[in-house]
Write a new protein. Structure first.
Length: 296
């Protein structure tokens, strides 16, 4: 049976620093995390395929991830979402080079840390839009790593580049810890009316109170997403190992997602835990079946 974790990371600090990891507050994940570390917990949780996401804006990282996916021997990473400089006039050539690299057939998307851009309308810049159109022409998806205040620009961009498949990471990080729903809810519903975007049920535990969160804290936000996107445009992602800042284990994150989707039909759960990721990322050769152990 195939169940897909559509969002995780790996890193080796001896190869590349992860400057976004604050040693004061994120010491728990300031160490190396490998595919070997993930394999056991993923298999135990019923996950049989994953999508590996970029972590930093470094052009060397994506070829490394593609080669890792192709040669690790773990048969786990079905797709890689990498990074290119969208503002570079040569972005089309950069994308073509990645596709031709070792493991290039596993390149399924591109992402940039838009959340770190000072300009809330960064996505609306002409050079960025040109880059996004190049991503579409390459047949890839584009992952949106954004914050709630950037959602108006996201909505404009979805409408301006309708030929591109977008994926909204972590539901754009709603302020769960403060129990604030607006204007995030209205923005998300407006965004979901665009049919060229799917969203990830991921990263929610780290937007909640790391020490005290409960499934009930996450549920209002998950419910809004389920209503807005529907199961066929919502996919599960663990955000491992970042999730370990707030969760005790990988398995706890998977169990939490199953609890948040327990009221769905079996067919709808298949979409969240497999079908949506398979279609949106064009993960060839992965049968869409019920996730092992998911509630009926």
């Amino acid at each position: 049976m195939t169940a897909i974790d559509a969002h995780h990371h790996v890193w080796d600090l001896s190869t590349r620093d992860q400057p976004w990891i604050d040693p004061a507050t994120m010491a728990a994940i300031r160490r190396d995390f490998t595919l070997g570390d993930l394999l056991g917990p993923a298999r135990a949780a019923g996950i049989t395929a994953t999508v590996l996401l970029q972590t930093v804006a470094d052009p060397a990282e994506t070829p490394e991830f593609l080669a890792l996916a192709a040669t690790s021997g773990f048969d786990l990473v079905a797709g890689v979402v990498g990074w290119v400089d969208l503002t570079d006039p040569g972005v089309s050539d950069a994308l073509a080079s990645l596709v031709q690299a070792l493991g290039g057939e596993r390149l399924v998307g591109i992402r940039h840390g838009v959340q770190g851009e000072a300009d809330p309308r960064w996505l609306c810049r002409p050079d960025v839009r040109r880059g996004l159109r190049a991503v579409a022409e390459a047949g890839l998806a584009y992952d949106l790593l954004t914050l709630p205040h950037q959602l108006p620009a996201v909505i404009e961009t979805l409408r301006a580049v309708p030929e591109l498949r977008f994926v909204l990471d972590h539901l754009s990080k709603p302020p769960i810890a403060s129990s604030v729903m607006q204007p995030w809810t209205d923005h998300l519903r407006t965004l979901a009316r665009c049919d060229n975007v799917a969203a990830k049920l991921s990263g929610l535990v780290t937007e909640a109170d790391w020490a005290r969160w409960t499934v009930a804290d996450l549920r209002p936000y998950a419910d809004v997403a389920l209503e807005a996107f529907g199961p066929r445009r919502l996919m599960f992602g663990s955000d491992w190992p970042v999730c370990l800042l707030a969760a005790n284990s990988y398995g706890e994150v998977v169990r939490t997602a199953k609890q948040l989707t327990a009221d769905l039909s079996e067919a709808e759960q298949v979409e969240v835990f497999s079908g949506t990721a398979q279609r949106w990322y064009d993960l060839a050769g992965l049968p869409t079946q019920r996730v092992s152990g998911s509630p009926s």
